[in-house]
Design a protein around this ligand. Structure first.
Ligand code: AMP
Ligand code: GLY
Length: 419
């Protein structure tokens, strides 16, 4: 299959690596990064432009376009590709609102009867204060629109909660949500708007530091499978089945009924509370860094499943074949991340790291400088270890990470340790 992958992070590198491992595909990435460029052809392109993407896709004769990040979805790139008759994995602009607007997502969940935290919408500081008065700490406040991961605050500090509200209210309404206690799980579901195919659950580490200390980040690591889910639900499959029935299917149905069918990947962000599994967010795309640990566990069928989701034939597509393996990814971030990442520094040791058995080094923000590979952003690399067990995958990931040098680089040392 001739496949165009849009995006430039480790998530897109993971999608490309999985498709390459499957074999038989001709892949181009736009715009990609230095690591992706070592693996496939890359094209410089403003991927938020529906027109430019459609031109590239039609002129290049691609059989499938896979949209990685949310920005092109929200910009209507999938709509333009659909109109031009190019199969696209990723929802329309209207359907992507399930990620782009938290209040829209809440409306869909209410219509679909999907379990989620109770929330209030506030449009003024008076309404925010009243909502905070009515709830008890920790407070959860969410900006309605896309805010590059900075729109959500979870804090016991009333002043910090109000300051967050002051900062984000000018951009639109805020949601004040009930705090949900319990471990988080990300479950990805492929869908063509009707049929759903769940992938394996994964857990993401959002905080910068060991033991979940420090600020929220885009994600500092992840692992899959989640053995503790099997303990709690009897089997991981039982958990997946429950989420498919209580969350994914009703949501997909509600989206279709509203005239905004959702095709692509529905990312269910979940908290396993004492009173059941509840949704804290939906995303309209593969999660980052969870994708880096979910896709290496698929042995075959990925490209066919993505194409079937794009073409509305997922119900009759061949099932994905999974490996009985585990994967752990550790993110290497720049000094100063997430507030003010220092960029431009040289990275050494990537080849030695990638030579460790069962390890893949996926690039998130890298460039090819005169003296070699450099860091160009906050999250720089993902070191992914795979193995027969989580312990082995974890050991391999950390062994490989130890071979990489980046001045001031930050990485957590406890990814998958508790699991
Ligand atoms: P989001 O941007 O919606 O993924 O939220 C960012 C992070 O805030 C999540 O990964 C959770 O750790 C946390 N969070 C969001 N909503 C809640 C909630 N209702 N209760 C507890 N934690 C939450
Ligand atoms: N891992 C969180 C996200 O992709 O939004």
């Amino acid at each position: 299959m001739r496949i165009l992958v849009l995006g430039s992070g480790a998530r897109e590198h993971a999608i490309i690596a999985a498709l390459l491992a499957e074999g038989g595909h001709d892949i181009t990435a736009a715009p990609g990064n230095a690591g992706i460029k070592r693996d496939v052809e890359t094209v410089r392109l403003d991927i938020k432009s529906p027109q430019l993407v459609t031109e590239l896709a039609t002129e290049g004769g691609f059989d499938l376009v896979v949209i990685g990040p949310e920005a092109p979805l929200v910009a209507g790139v999938a709509d333009a590709l659909q109109k031009a008759g190019v199969p696209v994995f990723g929802p329309t602009q209207a359907a992507a609102r399930i990620e782009g607007s938290k209040s829209f997502a809440k409306e869909v969940m209410a219509r679909a009867g999907v379990p989620t935290g109770i929330d209030t919408t506030a449009t003024t500081m008076d309404e925010v204060r009243a909502a905070l008065d009515a709830s008890k700490p920790p407070f959860v406040l969410k900006a309605d629109g896309l805010a590059a991961g900075k729109g959500v605050i979870v804090t016991a500090d009333r002043e910090a909660a109000e300051a967050h509200a002051e900062a984000f209210l000018p951009d639109g309404p805020l949601l004040i949500e009930e705090y949900l206690a319990g471990p988080e799980v990300s479950l990805f579901v492929l869908t063509d708007g009707e049929s759903v195919v769940p992938l394996a659950p994964a857990q993401d580490y959002k905080r910068l530091g060991d033991g979940d200390a420090g600020p929220n980040t885009g994600g500092m690591g992840a692992y899959s499978p989640l053995p503790w889910l099997a303990e709690r639900f009897g089997s991981e499959q039982a958990f997946v089945d429950e989420v498919v029935e209580s969350v994914a299917k009703p949501t997909i149905r509600a989206m279709a009924e509203a005239g905004t069918p959702f095709a692509g990947l529905l990312y269910c962000g979940l908290i396993v509370t004492k009173s059941g599994v509840k949704v804290i967010e939906f995303n309209a795309r593969f999660g980052d860094p969870e994708t880096q640990v979910v896709l290496p566990r698929i042995e075959s069928g990925l490209a066919d499943a993505l194409l079937a989701a794009a073409n509305g034939t997922l119900g009759t597509a061949a099932p994905l074949v999974w490996r009985d393996s585990a994967a752990v990814t550790v993110v290497l971030a720049s000094e100063g991340y997430p507030a003010e990442p220092v960029t431009g520094r040289l990275i050494a040791g990537v080849d030695a790291a990638a030579a460790v058995d069962g390890v893949q080094v996926l690039h998130a923000a890298t460039g090819e400088g005169e003296q070699g590979l450099t860091a160009t952003g906050g999250r720089v690399l993902n070191v992914v270890g795979t193995g027969a067990t989580l312990a082995q995958a974890r050991e391999r990931a950390y062994e490989a990470l130890g071979k990489i040098e980046l001045l001031g680089g930050q990485a957590r040392t406890d990814i998958a340790a508790g699991a």
